[in-house]
Design a protein around this ligand. Structure first.
Ligand SMILES: Cc1ncc(COP(=O)(O)O)c(C=O)c1O
Length: 382
């Protein structure tokens, strides 16, 4: 299928190509000076004390759990309306995810009311996902976390560049995790970043990222040291120099790209106004979003499968964010997902559709998509 309008696209040009060429000419591919430069620039951009690159957003979440010493029989609260990695990371360390419902049809972020109800004496942390780049209610979440002595881990995979009163998403809890997967606002193919203000956590995260080793390959390559000790059970979650080079350029483009996403989101909203059959969440959102996704929520009377098939016929790519995690077979079998009741999450999981949004989209593309939606909707009513 050759899409006319893709869901996402790489905001790459000759500069990325040139930078990758330079890395190859340098003849050093694994974590080195370019990775360090990305970490410095990302930390500065975000206003965080430490930025630690990793190989993916999933690795970032896993290391966050390890660094905070989350282990059995701890429980961690997480929204089910997220990518499965948000919850898998909790399982990797033998802890138990407790799923929390979303706030409502206009706000797909976690409900603070449900969050407080789900806290037990085993709860150690909350994973906050900023859905689509729209920040969850961090003030209230942090108040609850302080009251119950819980860590806050921000899964900021969608929220690169979003902020709350000039403080960036990913800097508001103990640890902030980012994904640089190909469809993200900052894309390096695979890759991720962890932010923290805490020196001790940063040291531990760096050790865990590279097998708990006390010296890096680059140090040995440069002849600074010959041997090393292993002081933690770590992993190979290192980023390559090629990914870091892409990340440096993508970071430079981020502000402008997010602004374009905002303009396109507003264009969608104004062109879809007054059409019966769906609602658009996060209206009147008061803060700076990163506009990662453009989600709509179909009414019960609209057949989603048919709606998405009609879009496909028009060569418009669409997606679903998300099939709820607790409903997946693995979670049903192993975590009694069947007995978990999250009515709002389940409704959104069954009726939500994500429309194309990325900085290479033109205004005409958005208008094209809106016109097709107006045409399609009467044909897909139940
Ligand atoms: C909300 C969320 N969390 C975590 C991840 C995992 O990131 P990665 O794919 O880089 O491992 C993603 C990525 O798709 C995501 O969207």
């Amino acid at each position: 299928m050759k899409w006319k309008v893709t869901l996402s696209d790489l905001n790459f040009d000759q500069r990325e190509r040139k930078m990758v060429d330079e890395v190859i000419e340098n003849r050093w591919l694994t974590m080195g000076e370019i990775v360090e430069r990305l970490e410095e620039e990302f930390a500065h951009f975000m206003g965080a004390r430490h930025a630690i690159t990793v190989s993916s957003g999933t690795a970032a979440l896993h290391l966050a759990m390890r660094a905070l010493n989350i282990k059995p029989p701890d429980q961690v609260i997480v929204p089910s309306l997220s990518f499965v990695a948000s919850s898998n990371a909790i399982l990797y360390v033998g802890a138990k995810p407790t799923f929390v419902d979303i706030s409502g049809w206009n706000d797909f972020n976690l409900s603070c009311e449900d969050l407080e109800k789900k806290i037990t004496n085993k709860t150690k942390a909350i994973v906050v996902v900023h859905y689509g780049g729209y920040l969850a209610d961090m003030q209230e979440i942090k108040r609850i976390a302080r009251k119950h002595k819980l860590f806050v881990i921000e899964d900021s995979a969608h929220a690169i560049g979003a902020d709350l009163n000039s403080k960036m998403a990913g800097t508001l809890g103990e640890v902030g995790c980012f994904s640089f997967f190909s469809n993200k606002n900052l894309a390096t193919g695979e890759g991720g970043m962890i932010l923290t203000h805490n020196d001790r956590l940063a040291r531990k995260l760096k050790l865990l990222r590279s097998h708990g080793m006390t010296s890096m390959t680059l140090n040995r390559h440069k002849g600074h040291t010959y041997t090393y000790d292993v002081v933690e059970l770590g992993y190979n979650y290192r980023m390559t120099e090629i990914s870091a080079a892409l990340g440096i350029l993508q970071l430079k483009k981020l502000h402008r790209a997010n602004k374009k996403r905002k303009v396109l989101t507003e264009l969608y909203v104004s062109n879809l106004k007054g059409i019966d059959g769906f609602s658009i969440p996060f209206r009147d959102y008061p803060r700076k979003s990163s506009y990662h996704l453009f989600p709509i929520l179909l009414n019960k009377k609209v057949n989603r499968k048919k709606f998405m098939e009609f879009l496909k016929k028009e060569r418009i790519q669409s997606s679903i964010h998300y099939p709820p995690i607790h409903k997946f077979s693995y979670y049903r079998k192993n975590l009694r997902g069947n007995q978990t009741k999250l009515p709002l999450t389940e409704y959104v999981g069954a009726h939500q559709v994500t429309l194309p949004l990325h900085p290479l989209l033109e205004k005409e593309d958005v208008i094209f998509v809106c016109d097709k939606i107006k045409k399609i909707l009467p044909q897909v009513l139940r």
